[in-house]
Design a protein around this ligand. Structure first.
Ligand code: PGA
Length: 267
């Protein structure tokens, strides 16, 4: 399997990042999920970049057991090393097998990560040579469209200081907080399209037209095997960041298959 960093710079190759959050409760179960998923996913694997983000303590064991499976972490310390109890640095993550880090997930923002800390975590991730998946998303929507301002502000605050030579390792995940864990009808392809186009505009405004156009945008929030095909083909996104569905080998493989066939159609 291709390394995710290489693939991300070759834009339009779909990316599916499974965010396991604080699941499953045992390493044994984690191994069972990955084994089940690999049995199901078959031919899609070569056409889509897949990264699994397990809880930190499973990372090294999963790396040892599944040597070619790209792995990532769900959060990262902004600090390099030292007296930071409970934190895990980019270097430690990398040495245990991670090639990617999710930064600024709404569940981390709710736990206190502000824009400034998110920007520092992003810098630490990119500085260590990991792919960074920067999450942005509004908490709720309103008819006046002021939620778009939230997206613009998050993107500007996190990305203004990113050096140009690190941008090929950047992915932006649009994750509306109201759609996370909400179930099947959370977002429609039209709503996603509108937001993805706006995220693209913000990326161009912040990074410049050419660089802003090259950053992959993925979507997260109640993605499953049923809605993934419509969301990727009509929603103008390059992949997904599923949570709950990434713990279910069948659902996750359906999401990967939807991403693979969207790419075939786009060719
Ligand atoms: P969900 O989570 O797919 O369970 O809605 C997505 C996320 O929080 O990344």
């Amino acid at each position: 399997m291709k390394k995710v960093g290489t693939a991300v710079s070759a834009r339009r190759r779909p990316l599916v990042v499974g965010n396991w959050k604080m699941n499953p409760p045992t390493l044994r179960e984690a191994i069972r999920i990955i084994t089940g998923f690999r049995r199901k996913v078959g031919v899609s694997l070569g056409r889509v970049d897949i990264v699994i983000c397990p809880p930190f303590p499973y990372l090294a064991a999963l790396r040892a057991k599944f040597s070619t499976l790209p792995l990532g972490v769900q959060d990262i310390s902004a600090e390099k090393e030292g007296a930071f109890t409970g934190q895990v640095s980019a270097a430690i993550s990398k040495s245990c097998g991670a090639s990617l880090a999710i930064v600024g997930h709404s569940e981390r923002r709710a736990a206190g990560d502000g824009d400034e800390l998110v920007a520092r975590k992003l810098a630490a991730t990119l500085g260590a040579g990991l792919v960074a998946v920067l999450c942005v998303g509004e908490t709720s929507r309103d008819l006046q469209g002021s939620y778009l301002r939230v997206l613009a502000a998050q993107i500007k605050a996190s990305l203004s200081g990113v050096p140009a030579d690190k941008l090929n390792k950047l992915v932006v995940a649009y994750e509306p907080v109201w759609a996370i864990g909400a179930g099947k009808t959370a977002i429609g392809p039209r709503e996603l399209l509108e937001a993805a186009l706006y995220v693209r505009k913000c990326l161009r405004d912040t990074l410049g037209a050419k660089r802003g156009a090259a950053v992959p945008i993925i979507y997260g929030g109640s993605v499953d095997g049923d809605n993934a095909a419509a969301l990727i083909s009509e929603g103008e996104v390059d992949g997904f960041l599923p949570g709950r569905a990434s713990l279910d080998p069948y659902q996750f493989s359906e999401i990967v298959a939807a991403a693979a066939s969207a790419r075939r159609r786009a060719k």
